[in-house]
Write a protein that binds this ligand. Structure first.
Ligand code: FBP
Length: 324
């Protein structure tokens, strides 16, 4: 038995222990964020187990089909949304929730309110669910000024005002990557313990990356600068070697790889989708917050993504073209 490893193994830095350490660095803190995060973690654990069953469930009819008994099954992303909304409300620490699956923002019952607003995409990359490719949950946390008189304006804040952001990737392993504004850390779920353990401390994106990640299927609709940039990745003129193309089509997975291996991930606006595809509040802002905290950058092609001020448009909280 490798005692060194076993000794190391017993000193477990779980995500709760990590956040409690962070909390102890803020004597004024009452533990509200720690409680909120523990409910987000609960939601991630639930979705992780549901996603890992999804493939099997193809037999039992998960993901919106009726099962062999003909029972109506909830679609996985609808199920994930429900789990997060209930977990966030039951934390007693939230007052307004904005979900990609929700038609409207959810204003929490005043008797259950707390000081945080959470924006989230309960299951991102859902087009990859049925083929078992990595998907994920994305979330961002804001503090509201007055939880008793909360309005949508509290949500339409620039991304740079976020207190914390993270994602949980459901892939070969379940990895939760989190930043509370002082660096980025990755925690892997140990199914035998049901605990997220610190496995990627202080993630820093490599300065130089050999990978570019974009859906080249949209190339014919790209504008000149985007076409020129991707050409440069493929046919560098300065004798450098061409970058490798990697594109999973699940933003959480593509961003996770970019954080660890370096490179660029972009989803440019184009003639077909002049506003781009990625949603500002619960996709662009949390990922840009993490990327900057890891020493990277996030742009819209015109400005720093986190400086954007989202606006409410009747169809949907704004979309955006965007690159990391
Ligand atoms: P969903 O949140 O609806 O899954 O859409 C977002 C997303 O799936 C991202 O995860 C991914 O980066 C992008 O859309 C893939 O889009 P496309 O299939 O157009 O390349």
């Amino acid at each position: 038995m490798d005692h060194e490893a076993e000794t190391h193994r017993t000193d477990l830095m779980t995500i709760t222990r990590y956040v409690l350490n962070e909390q102890s660095r803020h004597p004024e803190s009452r533990g509200d964020f720690t409680i909120l995060l523990s409910h987000i973690v609960l939601g991630c654990k639930f979705v992780c187990s549901a996603v890992s069953k999804a493939g099997l469930a193809k037999l039992i009819g998960l993901a919106g089909e009726t099962n062999v008994q003909g029972e109506e099954q909830k679609k996985l992303d609808v199920l994930s949304n429900e789990v997060f909304v209930k977990a966030l409300i039951s934390s007693g620490r939230t007052c307004i929730l904005v979900s990609e699956e929700g038609e409207e923002a959810t204003f929490v019952d005043p008797s259950l309110r707390g000081k945080y607003c959470v924006v989230f995409d309960p299951l991102d990359g859902s087009s990859n669910i049925d083929c078992g490719v990595s998907i994920g949950t994305i979330f961002g946390v804001y503090m509201v000024k007055d939880k008793d008189n909360v309005t949508l304006d509290e949500v339409l804040q620039p991304g740079k005002n976020m207190l914390a952001a993270g994602y949980c990737m459901y892939g070969s392993s379940c990895t939760l990557v989190l930043s509370t504004g002082s660096g980025v850390n990755g925690f892997t779920l140990d199914p035998s313990l049901g605990e997220f353990i610190l496995t990627h401390p202080d993630i820093k994106i490599p300065k130089k990356g050999k990978i570019y990640s974009v859906n080249e299927g949209n190339a014919k609709n790209w504008d000149g600068p985007t076409t020129k940039y991707v050409e440069k990745c493929k046919y560098p003129k300065d004798g450098a070697s061409p970058k490798s193309l990697r594109y999973i089509g699940s933003m959480v997975a593509d961003v996770h790889r970019t954080l660890l291996y370096g490179g660029i991930f972009l989803y440019p606006a184009d003639k077909k989708s002049p506003n781009g595809k990625l949603r500002v509040l619960y996709e662009v802002f949390p990922m840009s917050f993490l990327m900057e905290q890891a020493g990277g950058q996030a742009f819209t092609g015109k400005q720093r993504a986190l400086d954007l001020v989202p606006y409410e448009d009747t169809s949907e909280v704004a979309h955006l073209s965007w690159q990391l």
